[in-house]
Design a protein around this ligand. Structure first.
Ligand SMILES: Cc1cc2nc3c(=O)[nH]c(=O)nc-3n(C[C@H](O)[C@H](O)[C@H](O)COP(=O)(O)O)c2cc1C
Ligand code: SF4
Length: 605
């Protein structure tokens, strides 16, 4: 007999010691068993944790992967990111609609399948992609979709459709996914030969200040996008007041076009966990959290197993790395489908079992972060670099790359190129060299740094990829000669409209207005004045928004306006007969025509 909801929720809350800050885990675990969180379940959770019901509701309503209503037996989440759409995402969407006979957000009448859109699944180099009950499907052809739908209609487990497993660890027992790593270029830092434990043991021969000194000497800057010097951040946290300290690894990777952290977690988890352990030693933390985006849940069992192996090898836990008195543990916090949780303060809120809304700064996380204690947050790749710096030495690392940007960078390359995938290249290479490497020489534009990055034109391909010129978290989306840049800009804006947390008006409303104006111009109804309006609107959203999402969301439009002005100007040129393009006579008279029941005589043919 299946367990009653009351029993499931009581047991789940007990499993997490009735800890309110583990609300995300409790709701996720309850949903895994119940399928969705009913009103009764909300009340039970609130009662068990001693929380107002509204707080539980507020959390569930925030995250795309948490369900307050029932869904079909199978849930198809089709990726809607620009990279997937460049390689047939829209065709895949049409195929699912045709085969299932329902639209997005709907469930088939027999309750077998729900069809949804996902913002970006991180499979940008092997799209179109979908998650079906959490199982990844890549390179979805029309035939594959027909077979998937047939199987789901029969009520069969979608797992049986995963026949060809991906390369590397993707085909290991604990992952068993059809995902490919697509590692095209291996560099000396990330993909150089490395021994688990070597970096940590070297670090433990020094004191914490010396470890931080070495990270500074290596001139390591964060790989998540902003490029903040890692050693400086660690120093702030080490010196901040607090009875406990924390190390958080940001594996939220939601930026469309970015998938490098997925490959790092798959192929180099030891480098990631070792970097976190070294950071723990350096700042005086005993606890680490890897915030794993919900889309990568398929990696969780594998990562838990790596953690177990590290514990067994004495590299985690009490006296980690053989250092008496140094204790360090790592837990995995699963996200639930919210891009904003990649922003560090939103990530902290999410780890504390709250809505993933950003916090005001100061205080900075290094002063008051997770549970109000000094916390360092770094990107997955940053932690990998830390391990290698400790293993091979700061001078070795700082000699690679360009003067202001040491080391290598992992690039996630997708879009119109011959060889999409992962590239480890030294900082300081030019965009033109990168395009030659990936087979994207005929690009008309490159979106650098994901949706919130910049769209550069061929005149900019001579620029160097590094912090002092073209900075990027690593996402490179190549746009070939057939691409409509207004359509691409509109798709990026759709992403931000969906992913804005809604806390502040400029971002919540402004992004919608920007998208509407771009669409108006795309549709041929734009006027030259629209460009002035669009620019002003973008600047308002950029300067008035509360967090990094709103401060960068207008970038795809601002940078296409700056670098591809003629595309916009062509779209808004005056019509040849001198008529105002934005005024639609038929639409304006539609109501009158309906009342009169006849067409006006003045309509042009
Ligand atoms: C909307 C938004 C999303 C972000 N997403 C990520 C992310 O997925 N991964 C990441 O490492 N940093 C992300 N960041 C940057 C983080 O806030 C933070 O700067 C970073 O994790 C620090 O690590 P680093 O110094 O090692 O780069 C995001 C920032 C914003 C504003
Ligand atoms: S800028 Fe956007 S994402 Fe950031 S707090 Fe405001 S509404 Fe939320």
């Amino acid at each position: 007999m299946s367990e009653r909801p009351q029993t499931i929720i009581k047991n789940t809350c007990r499993e997490f010691d009735h800890d309110k800050t583990r609300l995300m885990d409790i709701v996720e675990a309850a949903q895994a068993k119940l399928g969705w969180i009913s009103g009764e379940a909300v009340s039970l959770i609130a009662h068990e944790l001693g929380l107002p019901r509204v707080e539980v509701e507020a959390v569930i309503s925030f995250y795309a992967f948490l369900n307050r209503g029932p869904k079909g037996q199978s849930v198809v989440q089709l990726c809607d990111c620009v990279s997937c759409n460049l390689v047939g995402g829209k065709t895949a969407a049409g195929s699912f609609i045709a085969e299932l006979g329902i639209g997005f957000g709907e469930t088939t009448p027999d309750g077998k399948v729900t069809l949804e859109r996902a913002s970006c699944l991180g499979m940008c180099d092997q799209g179109p992609a979908a998650l079906i009950n959490g199982i990844v499907f890549t390179r979805l052809s029309t035939d594959a979709i027909k077979e998937i739908v047939r199987t789901l209609r029969e009520g069969a487990d979608p797992r049986k459709l995963v026949r060809n497993l991906g390369d590397g660890q993707n085909s290991s027992r604990l992952i068993s996914a059809m995902v490919d790593n697509n590692i095209r270029k291996r560099g000396p830092v990330i993909f150089g030969e490395s021994k688990p434990g070597a970096g940590l043991r070297n670090a433990l021969t020094m004191n914490s200040a010396e470890v931080i000194r070495d990270v500074k000497t290596a001139r390591l800057r964060g790989r998540g996008g902003a490029g903040f010097p890692a050693g400086m951040k660690w120093d702030f946290a080490r010196q901040a007041e607090g009875d406990r300290r924390f190390v958080l690894c940001n594996a939220d990777e939601g930026e469309p076009g970015t998938f490098k952290d997925r490959v790092l977690l798959t192929e180099c988890p030891d480098l990631v966990f070792e970097g976190m352990t070294i950071a723990g030693y350096a700042v005086g933390a005993e606890e680490g959290i890897l915030y794993l985006r919900g889309e990568y849940e398929y990696l969780r069992a594998y990562l838990e197993n790596v953690l177990d192996q590290r514990r067994a090898a004495g590299l985690l836990g009490k006296n980690a790395g053989g250092k008496s008195g140094f204790n360090f543990e790592v837990r995995i916090q699963l996200g639930a489908g919210a891009y904003i949780c990649g922003e560090e303060t939103a990530l902290i809120n999410s780890c504390e079992g709250r809505r993933g809304e950003p916090r005001d700064r100061p205080p900075f996380p290094a002063q008051q972060g997770y549970l109000g204690r000094p916390t360092i947050i770094n990107n997955v790749e940053t932690f990998c670099c830390v391990t290698r710096i400790m293993e091979k030495g700061a001078p070795w690392f700082s000699r690679i790359g360009s003067p202001a940007s040491s080391g290598t960078k992992l690039f996630s390359v997708s879009g119109d190129c011959m060889r999409p995938g992962i590239y480890e290249l030294p900082y300081g290479i030019s965009m033109r060299e990168l395009l030659a490497e990936v087979g994207g020489e005929d690009a008309i534009a490159v979106q650098v740094g994901g949706a919130s990055g910049q769209c550069i034109a061929p005149e900019g391909f001579k620029r160097l990829i590094c912090f002092d010129d073209l900075a990027t978290g690593g996402s490179i989306v190549v746009l070939g000669p057939k691409r409509n840049l207004l359509e691409v800009a509109s798709e990026f804006m759709a992403f931000f409209v969906d992913e804005s947390c809604g806390w502040c008006v400029p971002c919540r409303v402004g992004n919608v207005l920007i998208k509407e104006r771009v669409d108006k111009i795309r549709a041929g109804s734009g006027e030259p004045d629209d460009l002035v309006y669009l620019e002003e609107l973008c600047r308002t959203v950029k300067t008035m928004s509360r967090c990094g999402l709103g401060q960068t969301s207008a970038n795809p439009v601002l940078t296409t306006l700056a670098n591809f002005r003629s595309v916009y100007e062509h779209a808004v040129r005056k019509s040849e007969d001198g008529r105002q393009r934005s005024f639609d006579l038929e639409a304006a008279l539609a109501d009158a025509v309906a009342v009169q029941g006849r067409q006006p005589v003045h309509f042009p043919d």
